[in-house]
Design a protein around this ligand. Sequence first.
Ligand code: PLP
Length: 404
Amino acid sequence: MKASKTELQKKYKDFQKLKLNLDLTRGKPSAEQLNLANSLMTNLSGAKSYKLNDVDIRNYGEIDGLPDAKKLGSAFLGIKPSNVIANGTSSLNLMAAMMQTLYFRGNGDLAWKERKKISILCPVPGFDRHFSLCEEMGINMISVPLTGDGPDMDLVEDIVKKDKSVRGIICVPKHSNPTGETYSQEVVRRLAKLPKLGSKDFMIFYDNAYAVHDFSKSKKLANIYKLCEQFKTTNNISLFASTSKVTMAGSGLAFIGGSDKTLKNFLSYFSKIIVGSDKVNQARHVKFLKDSTALKKHMEKLSVLIKPKFDIVESYLSKLPEGIAQWSMPTGGYFVSFTAKPGKASKIYKLCFEAGLKLTPVGATFPYGKDPDNQNLRLSPTQVKNSDLKKSMEIFTLAVLLSE
Ligand SMILES: Cc1ncc(COP(=O)(O)O)c(C=O)c1O
């Protein structure tokens, strides 16, 4: 039976009285997920030698990472180990360093700093930190819609052909943040060919943050680098990934991949801002994620914890009346993207906030923090306990109904 508005309002007021403090703002792993990687804390203790790949892991050096760490990175990026750099803990940090490289040194053409205007295509809704990074660097962001199979490539190609200020595109090709979509084979093929239509220094920032993060049977992502080899565009792509959502967020390993030329150019800049790489953490990770079988097994254990959270979200959303909203049903990654009726997102956000549920601010999933239709909300269900997630979803769906 459908609840009346008065009944919904009463339920809402009852939630407000509970003074809850619930949070679905960020895609963080839960404590249970992190516990599965706890052996990283001790797995080097008692070691007889602090050498790996014949390198003393305690010293400076190996800015591009230990061979075994590069090998691990190659499993994430789908590119051979010699074309991978393992350095630091954050792929976002490596993307920022890549952008700085282009800003100061260029990529086979004028440095960005010599140009009046640099524009980057941003598929939307997308990852807020990509947008804030571009904004910080003074890059003009051009939104292009995602279709469920990746960006609208007709529009992307059209803009790249016409707008000479466009120097790249930022993509999250698998279990995209927040839409959860995985790019189709055709989109990946057209992306690999895209630099042919654009500037000589066109750069595809290919952030494969959720490369191995399936929790259900997922669409396979085509190997873009192999396609770039076919189209001779390997100097126009940089690939990124990390183990932030695999082992420990903020204490994992981060990877960047690219052609010999791209990585050499990158290292010319990067070696000015760091002396070596953290090989102690690399050794810990290599020991923990020994090979692709160990990685797969670990991801399966994580999926047992993660999938029920997405099932909870779906079980609440599916009870909403038809036509009131749309939402993604991802098979991996960390987010559900909720599309309300135009103009409703801020109201839903406010109602949630005032009932003790924090959500990612409206607009965060768009360049400049502005959702042109005020309708997208991102839900991040992984970190909270299942009981809190249920309460959160009850408030969220109540807010959606009350926003009508
Ligand atoms: C698409 C995407 N890229 C990068 C990151 C951050 O990764 P890292 O911890 O490696 O900087 C995130 C985190 O949520 C993400 O969603």
